[in-house]
Design a protein around this ligand. Structure first.
Ligand code: F6R
Length: 258
């Protein structure tokens, strides 16, 4: 298969954990592994409910072991257009609250999408340039939307795209209300594109709970399709699906359930 100008064989691994706590601990361990192995790694970490436990555990471990993360670089996966960083529902706020503040990450280590920018294309162009300068992403952690989105790569997205502004799907607008304190109008989102996701050296997709059971089956066991963007990870040379038992419940291939 052809990814990012190189021929590489897809390797997709599914790991199923008994519960959310074990899923989170094991995900945190993978983040820790990257940080220890590559002290200047480029990390791209999703926001949302799914990775909260993993981030809490990673922060706990990193502090306890006094890990030096001053060389790690962080890039955003996505952001809501028109939502300021002071809004607790913004990806900016989430990352600072759950990772950057507790780990004392410095601004020079961080490159996020500016949700309040007026020139949206310029924000995307600068993100593409920044990522190229960094040499791409070493470790990417994504969640999955109930409609199969990764980042804000919504169903129907072209797999060729880099950073862009997406029209948010109706399910995304509705589901995302859980992040906000009051009813919030969400129309568009900045997102890294599938091309940049596929170029990441390691990708972990994390999912838990019954809301994700059907879409996880589609993403892992149905043919790769733009209608389920996460399915593209079947073609990634080094992708891992980290699931709890509930999210994995509909997988047909019983060998995955080991
Ligand atoms: C957030 C993101 C989204 C979420 C997805 C799942 O940065 O990229 O794609 O990962 O919508 O959200 P939760 O984890 O809240 O179910």
């Amino acid at each position: 298969m052809y990814v990012g100008g190189k021929l590489r064989e897809p390797i997709m691994i599914t790991r199923i954990y008994e519960d959310y706590r074990r899923l989170s601990t094991n995900t945190a361990r993978e983040i820790m592994r990257v940080v220890l192995e590559k002290p200047d790694a480029v990390l791209c970490l999703a926001t949302g409910e799914t990775p909260l436990g993993a981030y809490a555990e990673f922060v706990r471990q990193a502090k306890m072991q006094r890990i030096d993360i001053s060389g790690i670089r962080f890039v955003a996966l996505d952001e809501w257009v028109g939502i300021p960083p002071s809004n607790p529902g913004s990806c900016h706020y989430f990352l600072h609250r759950h990772l950057f503040q507790p780990l004392q990450v410095e601004p020079r280590q961080i490159h996020l999408f500016d949700g309040m920018a007026t020139d949206l294309q310029d924000v995307c162009t600068r993100m593409d340039a920044h990522l190229s300068e960094l040499g791409g992403i070493d470790f990417l952690l994504v969640g999955i939307g109930v409609n199969g989105h990764i980042g804000f790569n919504e169903p129907g997205v072209s797999f060729d795209r880099s950073a862009h502004v997406a029209e948010l799907a109706p399910e995304t607008r509705a589901t995302a209300q859980k992040y906000f304190q009051g009813e919030t109008v969400l129309e568009k989102g900045f997102t890294l594109g599938i091309r940049q996701i596929m170029d990441a050296r390691t990708v972990i997709l994390m999912a838990n709970g019954a809301r994700k059971t059907d879409i996880i089956q589609a993403a892992i066991e149905q043919p790769v399709s733009e209608s389920v963007p996460a399915s593209v990870l079947q073609q990634h040379p080094n992708s891992l699906f980290f699931l709890d038992a509930v999210a994995a419940a509909q997988l047909q291939d019983s060998s995955r359930k080991a």
